[in-house]
Write a protein of this length. Structure first.
Lengths: 111, 326
């Protein structure tokens, strides 16, 4: 019974964390501080913040709600590593290609 | 024969995989996880395609918080609040789902039913909100014109976008009527025609010197859409050949039509997942009420649909980020 009370408490903590992250994201999205919005490495700092916060949310959903933290280590890895590897690979290729298309095609567009 | 097959297929334990539990996960749960993995890759394929297109049109992509600015029953400009609400609804529904699974572990039938019910309600609120979001996007908010070279021109007064109806008054003046099957071109239907004609918009624009045109193009230093001078505005508007109200798969008053295509496709695909999740939840809800899992001795089915439901939430977190924030 004690373990259940413990896991219930964790659910509420995770709900709090996820709500807080969403609130921060929405706040930043509305205010768009120029220092973060107009500068950055590759993309704006603001976008980096959004992406990192999103990955943090994904972590909490997968580990706490979907209970990956309770699965056997190698079962968890068979899922997470596969997804992380394939998705990073896909994004790397496809986003670079998008940048290339812009550099190649944008000069041809008449405004 | 027995040695060749991983799972017994000759008795009624087939569906649950019998006693085989690789990695301590039952057959059903493991397969749900691998389905989720493949579905996650599908969604990342879509989002990656969206990313490619966005990078390709990085200097003219619509700015999300200028597109999604509405809240039901309120007028005015409230970017993001409504999607934030939708996100919150989905996260809370995930929590009630966790509580249902938890109650299942304790074999508390009534509690499982209650939490499943609440999860279904939150799911319905979410798809309802998404339907409303679609309706608002399809209907549009300001209206724009499209030029012969396929550029969208929006209207601006004192630096703020205004609707066509704010400066064009009266009814459509060119007596153009909508074709219907029984009236007009023989057996031809026509999509809804715009409220005003192009000529009427051009004329009204000329009369009011305070109006300017905003182009699709983004100034990459300020990340704002470029607003033309009055002379340039008049020159651009002369090229208009269509009044655009709202968004569909062909035209989009907010800018590039492919933005609308991806919006409909990705949020639609996600919405379809939410819908399927609700249907699964309803089926499981009735099974819980009927005592199916009490008889079975465990509530693992609740756990399995729970995984699917959390996955829907997980995907939304990414859709939210890449459509509304980034």
């Amino acid at each position: 019974m004690g373990a259940h009370a413990e896991s219930n408490k964790r659910i509420w903590i995770v709900l709090g964390i996820l709500s807080l992250i969403t609130a921060v994201e929405v706040g930043l999205g509305i205010v768009k501080p120029p220092a973060l919005h107009l500068n950055g490495l590759g993309t704006s700092w603001l976008n980096w913040i959004f992406i990192i916060l999103t990955l943090a949310k994904a972590y909490y959903i997968a580990w706490a709600f979907m209970h990956l933290e309770g699965e056997k280590k190698w079962f968890r890895r068979s899922l997470v590593w596969t997804a992380v590897f394939l998705i990073s690979y896909l994004l790397f290729i496809v986003l670079f290609e998008g940048g290339y298309l812009y550099e190649t095609l944008a000069p041809l567009v008449k405004w | 024969m027995e040695a060749d097959i991983a799972v017994n297929s000759d008795n009624k334990e087939t569906w649950s995989g019998g006693g085989a539990k690789p990695f301590g996960a039952s057959y059903g749960k493991m397969m749900m996880w691998f389905f989720i993995l493949s579905d996650a890759l599908t969604f990342s394929g879509f989002l990656a395609a969206y990313g490619l297109t966005r990078f390709k049109f990085i200097d003219s992509w619509p700015i999300a918080d200028e597109v999604f600015t509405h809240i039901p029953f309120f007028h005015g400009n409230y970017p993001m609040y409504y999607v934030a609400f939708m996100t919150f609804v989905l996260i809370v529904s995930s929590v009630t789902m966790v509580l249902a699974v938890d109650a299942g572990h304790k074999m508390q039938q009534k509690k499982v039913a209650l939490y499943m019910f609440v999860t279904i309600i939150f799911g319905l609120i979410f798809v309802g909100s998404q339907a409303w979001e679609w309706k608002t996007f399809i209907k549009g908010s300001y209206g724009a014109v499209k030029t012969t070279d396929n550029k969208i021109l929006q209207f601006v007064k004192d630096g703020h976008q205004i609707a066509i109806a704010d400066f064009v008054h009266g009814d459509r003046t060119d007596d153009r009527e909508q074709h219907t099957k029984k009236n007009g071109l023989w057996f031809e239907n026509e999509k809804t025609i715009s409220q005003y004609s192009v000529a009427q918009v051009q004329e009204a624009f000329k009369k009011d010197p305070s109006l300017q045109i905003r182009s699709e193009r983004i100034n990459l230093d300020t990340k704002q859409k470029i607003i033309f001078s009055r002379e340039e505005s008049l020159k651009q508007l002369a090229k208009a050949n269509q009044v655009v109200e709202g968004a569909n798969l062909h035209v989009n008053e907010y800018g590039n039509p492919i933005f609308a295509d991806f919006f409909f496709f990705i949020t639609g695909f996600h919405g379809f997942h939410v819908f399927s999740g609700i249907v699964l939840n309803i089926i499981i809800f009735f099974n819980v009420i009927l005592g199916t899992y009490e008889k079975r001795g465990h509530y693992e089915m609740v756990e399995k649909v729970g995984l699917y439901w959390h996955f829907v939430d997980l995907v939304w977190v990414f859709v939210f980020t890449f459509f509304y924030l980034v």
